[in-house]
Design a protein around this ligand. Structure first.
Ligand code: F6P
Length: 556
């Protein structure tokens, strides 16, 4: 089949290119003075408020972006995803993470088969298993209840569950259910991470969940073997059956590893690793920690956004608008990065998770048909919770490079504090910054304003803020399991929208392969050198020198 035209060859793309000059003529300060415009750029869904009035965009920009969406066949692509078509063409797979949180009675087909009953079969199994562990009906090899869980996994088998766990930790309802329990994550193959994870834990009371879609990832398998050894050494090899379970699509390898297939929780190849937090990958460890009912609320939140994404018109569709605006910022205004700035410590692991979701999905150089892209796709995502970030990298965001920002705020704190005699609560203090920063970025401060304030002449340029720096503000009513699910799904779908418009495959990740295969070559060399003292061979000068130094210095 002939490759479809690149999006940059379409008229709407060219119209947007031409439109950039118009936009650059108008400072955000001026755009913000148009109340009607600002009103039209606030949308609400299910208690959430998205304000994108601080984007360098007008209603004309929005219309042009809508035309671009049409030219990219965005709606058709979204429908194909929900209909289970094999839109991940390079891996010949459907992309159905939406099925993981679909209500029990819904129908979502993959290859003509409704996958929802399979999803719920696993969810029911998780509910039953986690209740047995939590109630003490399932006990460890020495008769003790398993109150601690180590989830061993990396990438998509780690970052999503870690983000949700961190967010739930201080939620009053969830934390109540987690009393007396611990959940830890072992991701890095670094032995330091192993040491940090097992320190203070007793194998007798620890359950290990090995999480790996493929069950072949080198780091995870080595960590799993290391932890298996930790259990065997303390409790004997037969204890492994009671203390280790797995989450994977590869149940054959799970069994080969020595984990009873009855204690394995399946998922499917139509779930991408970075989109797998709503599968057993996240649901099992989180249910063990917080109970299934809390996790079910999280799934419901994600599902509410799935339905909204699937059915809402563009102008009211949160993920679609956010995706289109990101394309505008990256491909037309030329801003390659995006800062994710949640004003709640509970979301401290949100940016790291979205980094993988976004950068592994959209960091591509060719179209879905394999044609090199004449434009840059994807964006560089990073972030920290406010206000910490303000005391770190915001200097660059205010006066250095232009980085579009996502400000995420929460109306009701998970842990409100009202100090005696103070009217403004600690949360109000935090939120004062959430409201102030977007305006500081948009309006800036002019030399005239500074001179009026009697700023000495030699400091005027230093203290000037150019402004005109775009951001979006997303205000959530609270941060509980349901909202956390919503937030996750908004970002997952936003990334998909960007990829659909750019015309790339957001669901493969060939870019991670080369490093993996080179590491295999190095591992072989290290084996040969350590076992048989073979010299380092077959590498370039630099790698040979580094490896030789490493081998010599570490065998001293
Ligand atoms: O190296 C990248 C990657 O393939 C991710 O896409 C994936 O989430 C991660 O590795 C872990 O893979 P697995 O779940 O198969 O261990």
């Amino acid at each position: 089949m002939a490759p479809s035209a690149l999006i940059c060859e379409t008229q709407p793309w060219k119209d947007l290119k031409a439109h950039v000059d118009d936009i650059k003529k108008t400072h955000l300060r001026e755009l913000m003075s148009d109340t009607e415009r600002c009103q039209s750029m606030m949308i609400e869904f299910d208690g959430m408020l998205l304000d994108y009035s601080r984007q360098r965009a007008t209603s004309d920009t929005l219309n042009k972006l809508k035309n671009l969406a049409e030219a990219a066949h965005l709606k058709e692509k979204i429908n194909k995803m929900f209909n289970g078509e094999r839109i991940n063409s390079t891996e010949d797979r459907s992309v159905l993470h939406v099925a993981l949180r679909a209500p029990r009675d819904s129908v979502i087909n993959s290859d003509g088969k409704n996958v929802v009953p399979d999803v719920w079969q696993v969810l029911d199994k998780i509910k039953d298993f986690s209740e047995r562990i939590r109630s003490g009906a399932w006990i460890g090899a020495t008769g003790k209840a398993l109150t601690n869980v180590i989830a061993v996994g990396i990438g998509g088998s780690f970052l999503g569950p870690l983000f949700v766990h961190t967010a739930l930790q201080t939620d009053s309802e969830a934390s109540e259910f987690a009393k007396g329990r611990q959940l830890r994550f072992l991701a890095n193959v670094d032995p330091v991470d192993v040491a940090r994870n097992i320190t203070g834990l007793d194998p007798e009371t620890t359950l290990v969940v090995v999480v790996s879609k493929t069950f072949t990832t080198a780091e995870t398998m080595l960590n799993a073997r290391t932890i298996r050894e930790w259990i065997s050494a303390a409790l004997g090899p037969e204890a492994v059956a009671k203390h280790m379970v797995a989450v994977s699509t590869n149940l054959t390898l799970v069994e080969k590893f020595g984990i009873d297939p009855n204690n394995a929780f399946a998922f499917w190849d139509w779930v991408g690793g970075r989109y797998s937090v709503c599968s057993a990958v996240g649901v099992l460890p989180l249910s063990l920690q917080y109970g299934f009912a809390v996790v079910e609320k999280f799934l419901k939140g994600a599902s509410s956004i799935d339905q909204h994404f699937h059915s809402a018109p563009i102008e009211k569709n949160l993920p679609v608008l956010l995706g289109l605006l990101s394309v505008w910022n990256v491909s037309f205004l030329g801003y390659p990065a995006r800062a994710i700035l949640p004003y709640t410590q509970a979301l401290e692991k949100f940016a790291p998770h979205i980094q993988q979701v976004s950068m592994e999905s959209n960091g591509k150089g060719v179209s879905i048909d394999g044609v090199p892209l004449p434009f840059e796709a994807g964006e560089i995502d990073f972030g920290e919770p406010g206000t910490n970030g303000q005391h770190s990298f915001y200097q660059l965001i205010h006066q250095g490079r232009v980085i579009p920002c996502d400000f995420i705020g929460v109306v009701k704190s998970q842990q409100p504090v009202y100090l005696k005699g103070e009217v403004v609560s600690n949360h109000d203090e935090l939120m004062s910054n959430f409201f102030a920063q977007p305006d500081a970025l948009a309006y800036g401060k002019t030399p005239e304003q500074l001179l009026k304030e009697n700023v000495p002449h030699h400091l005027v340029t230093h203290k000037t803020f150019s402004g005109d720096r775009p951001s979006v503000s997303l205000l959530l009513p609270s941060l509980n399991a349901y909202n956390i699910g919503q937030l996750l799904a908004i970002y997952e779908h936003r990334v998909a929208v960007e990829g659909f418009v750019w015309g790339i495959n957001s669901f493969d990740q060939w870019g991670v392969e080369l490093g993996k295969s080179l590491a295999t070559q190095v591992r072989k060399q290290l084996n040969a050198s350590r076992k048989k003292a073979e010299p380092v061979e077959g590498f370039n000068f630099s790698t040979t020198a580094l490896l030789t130094r490493y081998l010599e210095a570490s065998t001293d």
